[in-house]
Design a protein around this ligand. Structure first.
Ligand SMILES: Cc1cn([C@H]2C[C@H](O)[C@@H](COP(=O)(O)OP(=O)(O)O[C@H]3O[C@H](CO)[C@@H](O)[C@H](O)[C@H]3O)O2)c(=O)[nH]c1=O
Length: 348
């Protein structure tokens, strides 16, 4: 089929209610789970995955869609303006999930470039193409930390590290399109997401990978900082619910109900992975240098999501059991099993 007639077919399908959805960073952990859920729930929609295939992404994550004619992978960089403009002018994109981002605690310029400037390139092109919904995945980290009070979406942003600062800047750019042009955007701020296929640099897969190789869990700092963990299927469900029912121009917290200090998380994982008695648990902990800035916790008030009808469904015990099982069955999935955190500031 020629490009022109393919375009005509797309347009006719869109008139019938079929959509074309773009997911940036779709070969990564969260992006790939989101794409698979989209493909299951909307089998007739076109899904375009744009990913630069950085070290923590893999096309293996989407192997199950390889032969699906409604799914298309394009290797590309959101910071390449020519590429992005071409993408929007040729693909008739209706909905964007902007998942793609760069993590870390140093290299401030790179975070600003990818997270803020890249987002701005994408927005410009999406706006020109009159996209119907632009959903931007931000982070709970934009709030800074809180020892007591839960953050709701009206709390001020107080990001403390270069990554969260760049995400906060990107949020401002996204929101300015709503405020100035009523361009339909939604911002999500979620807790830490975990589950099968996550790259080894994040705390849960990293600890599992280390233990599987008889190495100790590297606790950064005291380990008393705690995190809320959301199973990836629940996160993907939340993103789809926002696409279906979210109010444009709004921000939504996507919070988990399970919170655990990192040191306790390590002990739980030791118990599960090593089948160790309580007395020996701490033999598997190694205290390493902390990050330059380490927030203690990010408690979220997710009432807005609950009102839309979303709640996390997967209990921690079930989620972590499934996750460990996956890592046990897929020891060679990622090239390096105990990736040192690519973040150069993490002394681990
Ligand atoms: C990898 C690693 C981490 N940690 C600690 C540092 C943190 O307090 C905690 C969680 O670290 P990470 O798994 O790297 O995730 P974190 O920095 O919280 O960031 C994640 O969660 C954020 C949401 O809070 C997302 O916005 C980020 O994109 C995502 O990467 O575990 C350790 O103590 N040892 C480790 O080896």
């Amino acid at each position: 089929m020629s490009d022109e007639s393919a375009n005509q077919t797309d347009l006719r399908k869109q008139q019938l209610g079929y959509k074309t959805v773009l997911v940036t960073g779709g070969a990564g952990f969260i992006g790939s789970h989101l794409i698979i859920l989209l493909a299951v729930k909307y089998p007739l929609w076109r899904i375009i995955n744009v990913d630069s295939l950085d070290y923590c992404s893999s096309l293996k994550n989407l192997k199950c869609l390889e032969n699906t004619c409604t799914y298309k992978f394009i290797q590309g960089d959101i910071c390449n303006q020519y590429f992005i403009n071409h993408l929007f002018s040729t693909e008739n994109i209706n909905i964007v999930f902007h998942v793609n981002f760069l993590h870390g605690f140093t290299w401030f310029y790179m975070f600003m470039y990818v997270n803020a400037e890249g987002t701005s390139f994408l927005l410009q092109a999406a706006f020109a193409a009159r996209v119907e919904k632009f959903i931007y995945m931000s982070t709970d980290e934009v709030y800074g930390d809180s020892l007591e009070k839960d953050f709701d979406e009206l709390c001020p942003k107080r990001p403390t590290n270069p990554y969260s600062k760049s995400k906060a800047v990107a949020e401002n750019i996204v929101m300015s399109y709503w405020e100035n042009h009523k361009f339909p955007v939604i911002i999500t701020r979620s807790n830490n997401v975990y589950g099968p296929r996550q790259y080894y640099e994040k705390v849960i897969p990293r600890f599992i990978g280390l233990l599987q190789q008889d190495q100790k869990c590297t606790i950064q700092g005291t380990g008393l900082q705690s995190r809320h963990f959301l199973y990836v299927d629940d996160a993907a469900e939340a993103f789809l619910m926002l696409m279906e029912r979210g109010i444009m121009g709004e921000i939504y917290n996507i919070g988990a109900t399970f919170e655990i200090p990192v040191i306790q998380l390590a002990r739980e994982l030791v118990k599960m992975v090593k089948n160790t008695s309580n007395i020996e648990l701490d033999d598997w902990l190694l205290f390493v240098e902390d990050r330059p800035v380490s927030d203690l916790r990010y408690p979220l008030n997710s009432d807005k999501m609950h009102k839309l009808g979303w709640k996390p469904k997967v209990p921690w015990k079930e989620g972590i059991r499934k996750t460990i099982k996956w890592y046990e069955e897929n020891t060679c999935y990622w090239p390096v099993r105990t990736a040192t955190n690519r973040n150069p500031s993490c002394a681990s």
